[in-house]
Design a protein around this ligand. Structure first.
Ligand code: FAD
Length: 305
């Protein structure tokens, strides 16, 4: 129930405007967000790199409502790709297509995303296209496929699949067969029973089935979870199938299970930390509270310390 409540609140434009303008809100958001500026995101990236892990940087923002905002978001990503290369950071970028204007003008979103993948090719980097709610699933996968097919783009752009969607197992087989890199996660949005598993046990079982498809595909994928059971299943499968640590990576979110991130790295597995930053932190932050409502109590406790 709490998960559904937080997910509904995450879509409130009024609360979003209030929270993002308040200094208390900004302070609290730091639990999961690296800061508001590129400099802060790059400083967090450097610190994570020094701990032996790579990074994917996400400039927070979604569902922009005009083309100027979309162009501005793309320009910021170009700036980040330049800075990451200049500072020799072990990092790539994650972006949302609705941040590139998908709701406003699909042709513009396509032009902006293509420009960023071309930049990633020149900078020897990579663009991960995050997966949003189910109204965007097919369009997002179509976008990634089209970008991936362009000359020189193979291995430079990847998709995300959510194990709560019934369709994801089929999508995993098809995308992996096309050589497209996938980030597998459980899924962070509220989806109906008509298209998505509702029970955690079913979402987890789907995650394990898809993880096995991905690890056997010979393509470099990301297994994105903080769930120790999912991680144990992945390690077990990799070991029994003789899949080397260099063939895939674990991915976790900034500020969540740092201990586990460090343990996996210490054991010789690859770990990438997803570092979000920016002033538009509210929907991302609320989805993190939805995943673990107990976070609210920790936040409140810390505020009064
Ligand atoms: C790198 C990365 C990228 C992602 N990209 C996307 C995306 O593009 N689209 C999308 O829909 N979702 C995305 N997600 C979110 C994902 O779908 C899940 O909502 C989220 O990862 C929680 O699921 P879990 O696998 O950690 O398992 P859960 O079963 O939710 O949690 C397992 C355990 O992990 C810890 N944990 C999980 N979440 C939190 C939290 N917020 N705070 C503190 N502890 C926590 C707790 O110990 C919990 O018991 C991404 C996740 C990661 C790690």
């Amino acid at each position: 129930m709490l998960r559904a409540l937080f997910l509904r609140l995450s879509e409130s434009r009024r609360l979003r405007a209030l929270a993002e303008r308040s200094s208390l809100g900004r302070r609290v958001s730091r639990r999961f967000v690296a800061g508001e500026t590129v400099d802060q995101a790059l400083a967090a990236t450097r610190a994570v790199n020094q701990r032996g892990m790579s990074v994917s940087i996400d400039n927070l923002g979604e569902n922009v409502t005009n083309s100027d905002d979309a162009r501005q978001s793309a320009a910021l990503y170009h700036h980040m790709l330049d800075r990451m290369a200049a500072e020799n950071l072990d990092a790539n970028v994650s972006l949302k297509l609705t941040h590139m204007g998908l709701d406003v003008d699909a042709a513009l979103a396509s032009e902006l995303a293509r420009g960023l993948v071309e930049h990633a090719v020149r900078a020897n980097s990579f663009v991960r296209v995050d997966m949003e709610g189910s109204p965007y699933t097919q369009r997002t996968l179509d976008f990634v496929r089209a970008l991936h097919r362009e000359p020189g783009h193979s291995g430079r752009v990847g998709a995300v699949l959510q194990s709560y969607l019934y369709r994801s197992e089929e999508d995993a087989r098809a995308l992996a067969a096309e050589g497209i890199r996938i980030r597998l996660c459980k899924g962070a949005y509220q989806e109906p029973a008509a298209i998505a598993f509702q029970k955690k046990s079913e979402v987890d079982a789907g995650f394990v089935r898809i993880m096995k498809i991905l690890l056997q595909s010979g393509v470099y994928h990301g297994i994105a979870t903080h769930d120790e059971k999912m991680i144990a299943a992945t390690l077990d499968f990799a070991r029994t199938q003789n899949i080397p640590a260099s063939a895939f990576e674990f991915q976790m979110l900034y500020g969540i299970r740092r201990d586990l991130q460090q343990k996996l790295t210490g054991d010789g597995w690859r770990v990438r930390v997803y570092i979000p930053f920016g002033a538009e932190w509210y929907p991302y932050f609320m989805r993190r509270l939805a995943e673990r409502p107990a976070n609210v109590f920790f936040l409140v406790k810390n505020l009064f310390r």
